[in-house]
Design a binder for this molecule. Structure first.
Ligand code: SF4
Length: 514
């Protein structure tokens, strides 16, 4: 029987000095790697599949490159997963390297799904333009026969019904590479809203699609058996997942007792009974995209469903249920001024969610905002490596690049003042004591400490891990990139237009949610 070596890899990115970002300890494992590994059968026709997984962020040596060397009697497929625009250069370099060693390579994830990659195609590297469920079986079959096509999934971005696999959790050895031994579980995809800066709706569409409830439960059982300590429900609006109550009730009935983190939209303040149910099922943290306290700014970003007057209720509701609240904030919306951002910080500190994260507004390629900024000629950054939410990539009307960077680190520093962090930890210690307590304290203390340390060094705390290690850099791959793709930097892409069928699916979903 012939064999196919399938290397499923999450590429890292290049840092400001051009080095590949690598850490001795990652924050949390990537969720797409186990997902695709679980979708890979043991055999494709008469070919045996041998699966290897690589998360470059936590690979501090380069031994995994040996997986891309020619192997007698076997073909190799390098599948680069979850590739975002700021990881594109790294993905292209790894793919070009693999192809130069006789392997086959395919790049999938948010960037190829939402941006036009036509000019990168036909150069020996393949691109997956749709969800893995639609294209992965064909990619594997073609790779087994030695001929992957230039692109897969042009006709349809989203699968109508999700028949997701039960997740095979990472091995103990792999989990040890992360500060948080966590598994991402994706019970539902899609979001009915239309925030103009958001790539989620371009990646997953407006229609909410659930994976079978039993699949989610089986993945949770497998995670618990594999000694995963936390779960992150990666669905973007857990509170809009149509089977959320059934899932939570089944988790309670089965006593799964795995502390979990969930993202909810800002309308969660209306769902008191749901928050109570989430707490009973093990929720230790709710993440909310608060973004701004300015209603006009939120309207300008088409985030109509956020009402800043209700943010305090979200904090209180979480607190009443022993859940920590995590508010995400975006700095540098077009109307923002220095005074406005500092006022935002004051208001946020008064509200006192347990945790906050801050990002600089980034027109992410593929989003409506990116198209708009490109049309207006506001985009100044040509290097896709910088589109990571921590760099300034466009000309702000009121704030210089240095102002924005300064405000970003000031927000982290001021929000996580030592006195505030200590009083939050003491309050949590005085609160409910159940199996969620360790994860709650760990999350609040860990993020607070990381935020203080990173902001002092002017580094973003969400960069991906701790204890950086520098090994290889973009310079090592520059000639290969030039030879295969014909450029030093990929040109800024146009957004990828949806097929008629996908447009129609979005339109129907909007009608249903209206
Ligand atoms: S609510 Fe969240 S996921 Fe939905 S469009 Fe807005 S930012 Fe994106």
């Amino acid at each position: 029987m012939s064999s196919l070596r399938v290397v499923i890899a999450k590429p890292s990115k290049y840092d400001a000095d051009g080095y590949v970002e690598r850490f001795r300890r990652g924050f949390m494992p990537n969720s797409t790697i186990p997902y695709l590994a679980s979708m890979t059968p043991r055999e494709v026709g008469a070919t045996r599949c041998e699966v290897h997984v690589v998360d470059e962020y936590v690979q501090t040596d380069l031994n995994y490159f040996s997986l891309l060397q020619p192997k007698p009697d076997a073909r190799t497929l390098l599948a680069l997963v979850g590739v975002q625009s700021h990881q594109l250069h790294r993905a292209l370099d790894l793919a070009a390297y693999a192809v130069s060693r006789g392997a086959q390579a395919v790049i999938g994830g948010p960037h190829p799904m939402t941006c036009d990659t036509t000019m990168l195609q036909g150069r020996g590297v393949s691109f997956a333009l749709s969800e893995a469920e639609i294209v992965w079986p064909s990619i594997l079959e073609d790779a087994a026969s030695g001929e992957v096509r230039p692109a897969y999934g042009r006709e349809q971005r989203w699968k109508h019904e999700l028949d997701s696999p039960v997740l095979r959790p990472p091995s103990k050895r792999d989990l040890r590479r992360y500060a948080v031994p966590m598994l991402g579980v994706y019970p539902a995809r899609g979001c009915p809203y239309s925030c103009n800066f958001c790539s989620v709706i371009k990646i997953a569409g407006h229609r909410i699609r659930n994976q079978p409830l039993e699949t989610t439960l089986a993945s949770l059982r497998a995670a618990k058996a594999a000694r995963v300590r936390f779960v992150m429900f990666t669905s973007d609006n857990f509170n809009k997942y149509t089977e959320v109550r059934e899932l939570l009730e089944a988790m309670i009935a089965e006593r799964i007792e795995l502390p979990f983190f969930a993202q909810c939209d800002a309308q969660i303040h209306r769902q008191e009974d749901l928050v109570e149910l989430m707490a009973r099922a093990g929720c230790h943290q709710i993440f909310v995209g608060a973004e701004s306290f300015n209603t006009e700014t939120l309207r300008g970003a088409h985030k109509f469903h956020n009402d800043p007057a209700r943010y305090a209720k979200i904090v209180a509701l979480c607190r009443d249920n022993g859940i920590t609240s995590h508010f995400s904030n975006i700095l540098g919306f077009p109307p923002d001024t220095e005074r406005g951002v500092l006022q935002h910080l004051v208001t946020l500190r008064e509200l006192a969610p347990d945790v906050a994260s801050f990002y600089i507004l980034t027109p992410v390629p593929g989003t409506e905002q990116y198209d708009d900024f490109l049309r207006q000629g506001w985009i100044t950054e040509r290097n896709l490596d910088r589109y990571d939410g921590t760099c300034v990539t466009w000309r702000h009307p009121n704030l210089s690049n240095e102002d924005l960077r300064h405000l970003l680190f000031r927000c982290y520093r001021d929000f996580y003042r030592a006195g505030d962090v200590v009083s939050k930890l003491l309050r949590l210690l005085r609160g409910r004591r159940d199996y969620r307590l360790f994860s709650t304290l760990f999350a609040v203390f860990g993020l607070s400490a990381m935020s203080r340390l990173s902001s002092a060094r002017r580094m973003h705390p969400m960069a991906g891990g701790i204890m950086r290690v520098r090994r290889d850099s973009a310079r090592d791959y520059a000639e290969l990139r030039r030879r295969v793709f014909g450029f030093d930097l990929a040109p800024l892409p146009a957004s990828l237009v949806l097929s008629k069928a996908d447009e129609e699916a979005n339109r129907r979903a909007k009608l249903v949610s209206a």
